[in-house]
Design a protein around this ligand. Structure first.
Ligand SMILES: Cc1ncc(COP(=O)(O)O)c(C=O)c1O
Length: 407
């Protein structure tokens, strides 16, 4: 089965906008286009249901039901129970809340492992706990390849470690980390895992239940949805960590790590991401399947399409003298998030690409730690070319042509 990209693109209003015609979008790791189902739900909520939810009058009841629907359906796709998924303003803010919770549970002298491959979101909030007596241990990447080696993690794990934080995939290295294997190592040492899935989830929602981490975070504005952070916290850990929500919400797992009132409309609109998965599934497959299996089937279609488009792009950039490709040169085990260190300033290169109808960005993308560790000049930064399953072969060709002209 091959992904029908015409059908896919028809689900995204942006592809029909006149001003965006001819503009090839390669900054998807920053934020994706939203799908029509999400926009429709957001519009409907704001026009028909924008009242305090969960009251008995119809508009309110429908608003509350739609919020519950979003949580239940997304949790089912992610392979976890409905109350193991909660929503927050962003992944960074979700991590911040989690860090407060861990600080409340841990004793001084106990340790947290962080990496220098992560985006700052899954790094800074944890590192800051050093001020509260928590030992922070850094699991370091290879300075040449950016690879995070599980063997190196083993050498820094011991009984003091309560948590291991790492990315499913870094937003500049692009390599997909072995979440299940790493979680098994952490669990064997008595530690929990917190996985930043922000750079992975746009390439297909994972079955988090099967993958196995205790915490899995991602941002819906990069997975075709509204500006929300989604946070899976598995029940055993969620009940162990101290409640960060209102005291009267302590008994509701889905509210324990959401100190603020949720953004009702955006939570409700997240159901549009589930609609999108189901629409793609129904278009490509005829047999019935459970939500996590539908999610997995759609995930596999997306990944296969992306890998096919990624290979020629990697070939086009790898081996150029003026370019250092960050992360693996092989499409097999990486996301289509391709960061390039150039001899020149990356933002300038992005500006030149814009003249060729290519939308891309340059800078450090809040991934200063991995870029520093790999010796990338912070003044120059990296040019990042990131795409998703809705990207077409013609857009890849346009990008490669533009790179030929600019680099
Ligand atoms: C890998 C990764 N993690 C975390 C974040 C932060 O997400 P948010 O903006 O939802 O805090 C980003 C944003 O770019 C990211 O790329």
């Amino acid at each position: 089965m091959i992904l029908d990209t015409d059908f896919v693109r028809a689900q995204f209003p942006a592809f029909a906008v006149p001003d965006l015609q001819g503009q090839a979008f390669f900054e998807n790791a920053g934020g994706s286009y939203p799908c029509g189902a999400v926009i429709d739900r957001l519009t409907r909520f704001y026009t028909e249901r924008k009242v305090q939810p969960y009251a008995p009058y119809t508009a309110s009841r429908l608003g509350g039901e739609e919020m519950d629907e979003a949580r239940a359906r997304m949790a089912a796709i992610l392979g976890v129970d409905g109350d193991e998924l909660s929503f927050g303003p962003s992944t960074t803010q979700n991590t911040y809340v989690l860090a407060q919770a861990f600080a409340g549970m841990m004793e001084p002298g106990e340790a947290i492992v962080v990496t220098n491959q992560d985006h700052e979101a899954n790094s800074g909030p944890w590192r800051r706990l050093a001020e509260r007596g928590i030992e922070i241990r850094e699991w370091k990447i290879s300075p040449e390849t950016g690879h995070l080696d599980p063997d190196d993690l083993e050498t820094i794990l011991d009984e003091k470690v309560r948590l291991v934080c790492f990315p499913h995939c870094s937003n500049v290295v692009g390599e997909i980390n072995a979440v299940t294997e790493i979680t098994a190592l952490a669990h064997a040492a008595g530690a929990f895992t917190c996985v930043d899935g922000v750079s992975y989830a746009p390439h297909g929602f994972p079955d988090v239940g099967a993958l196995g981490p205790d915490i899995y975070l991602f941002s819906a504005y990069k997975t075709y949805g509204p500006h929300q952070g989604l946070m899976v916290i598995r029940r055993a850990l969620g009940n162990l960590l101290p409640n960060q929500g209102h005291h009267f919400n302590a008994g509701a797992l889905e509210k324990r790590f959401t100190p603020a009132g949720p953004d009702h409309a955006q939570v409700a609109a997240c159901a549009g991401m589930a609609d999108y998965v189901d629409t793609l599934y129904a278009h490509h497959f005829s047999h019935e399947a459970a939500p996590a299996a539908r999610g997995q089937a759609v995930h596999d279609l997306m990944r296969a399409h992306e890998q096919k488009l990624l290979a020629p792009l990697l070939d086009a950039v790898n081996g150029r003298n003026s370019v250092r490709l960050i992360g693996p040169a092989d499409a097999e085990n990486r996301a289509p998030t391709v960061a390039l260190a150039l001899n020149t300033n990356a933002e300038d290169a992005a500006a030149k690409l814009a003249k060729h109808g290519v939308m891309a960005g340059g800078g450090d993308f809040y991934a200063g730690r991995p870029l520093n560790a790999m010796g990338v000049d912070p003044e120059k930064g990296v040019l990042r070319l990131s795409f998703t399953h809705y990207t077409s072969k013609a857009e890849i060709d346009q990008l490669i042509g533009a790179l030929d002209a600019v680099l």
